[in-house]
Design a protein around this ligand. Structure first.
Ligand code: THG
Length: 287
């Protein structure tokens, strides 16, 4: 078992450090047009008010990093993503997670971003490693590594560990610190495969124990197609944090999710004097 590593992201003003010794960091998922018709329509019309509202609300609810995705089908991401990033940074002052599969859009953002963002993401495919990692190195960014490669998403925890190892090797070989790699074991819909969670949680545990790296996952993915998504996401998050996830991408506006994360942190000894737990209870009671 390797000691937990510390990863720090920054923007112009603030830094956020992620570590297994510290409370879980929520990465807000909501600035993402996928599956949100309203956001999609607004982006297409050049209206970014919803982005600003979502950014503010997520930070007020406790998100410490925001995921920013502007992947509109048929949209020009190279033009759109930097605009969305600027709109977000005009209202909140926290580090961002740049969520794009388009290397040109990624570079357009890295050029204007002041500080050290989190790139979302590289994966084990040769093409991805060859394009994304040099950008992370050049711009001094941290990077999420997805546990999939040219053969797809491994069906076993050991297979995902092997992809994580490959990404870590390739990244550190370029001179990027292992602290700057955040591994995503890939969370998938339990509606499509009820054994998917077991594989994700098993991979999380193996990777955290072997490398000590910080870990993320898209917690809301697991409940696609199922009822009562909030409770399911909350329950899964507790298990994921226990297994080793330190910075989940999630919806901070859902109180069940916030409470679940706080309970996991308290149970795992990351909430001294239960201060955060009690503070959340008091503010929920007031509201
Ligand atoms: N890993 C990494 N990045 C990711 C994912 C991942 N980025 C995208 C995604 N997966 C995580 N983000 C979301 C965002 C929203 C939802 C799920 C995952 C979601 N949205 C509701 C829906 O589609 O039904 C809509 C919410 C609303 O309208 O308010 O579920 O796995 N590295």
């Amino acid at each position: 078992m390797v000691d937990g590593l510390r990863t720090t992201f920054t923007n112009k003003q603030h830094s956020v450090t992620i570590s297994r010794e510290l409370p879980t960091v929520m990465i807000g998922e909501r600035i993402n047009p996928t599956g949100r018709k309203k956001v999609l329509a607004a982006f297409q019309a050049g209206d970014f008010e919803i982005v600003k509202t979502d950014a503010r609300a997520q930070v007020e609810a406790g998100a410490r990093v925001l995921d920013v995705n502007a992947g509109v089908p048929g949209g020009d991401e190279v033009d759109l993503l930097p605009k969305v990033v600027q709109q977000v940074l005009s209202v909140v002052d926290i580090p961002l997670c740049i969520d794009t599969a388009n290397p040109d859009a990624l570079e357009a953002v890295l050029k204007i971003y002041e500080g050290k963002p989190l790139i979302n993401s590289v994966n084990g495919e040769e093409k991805s490693l060859d394009t994304v990692l040099p950008l992370a190195k050049e711009y001094g960014a941290a990077v999420i590594g997805l546990c999939m490669d040219d053969n797809g998403i491994p069906a076993s925890p050991e297979g995902r560990l092997a992809v994580a190892e490959k990404i870590i090797q390739r990244t550190t070989r370029l001179g990027i610190a292992i602290e700057d790699i955040v591994i995503d074991p890939l969370a998938m819909s339990l509606g499509a495969d009820t054994k998917a969670g077991r594989v994700t949680l098993g991979a999380t545990k193996l990777i955290a124990e072997e490398f000590g790296v910080n870990m993320t996952l898209g917690a809301s993915n697991i409940s696609f197609g199922l009822p009562d998504r909030k409770m399911l996401n909350a329950g899964f998050l507790i298990l994921a944090i226990q297994a080793g996830v330190t910075c989940p991408i999630t919806n901070p506006l859902v109180s069940e999710i916030r409470t679940a994360i706080l309970s996991a942190d308290l149970a795992l000894g990351r909430d001294d004097y239960a201060a955060r737990w009690i503070k959340n209870y008091r503010s929920a009671k007031k509201a």
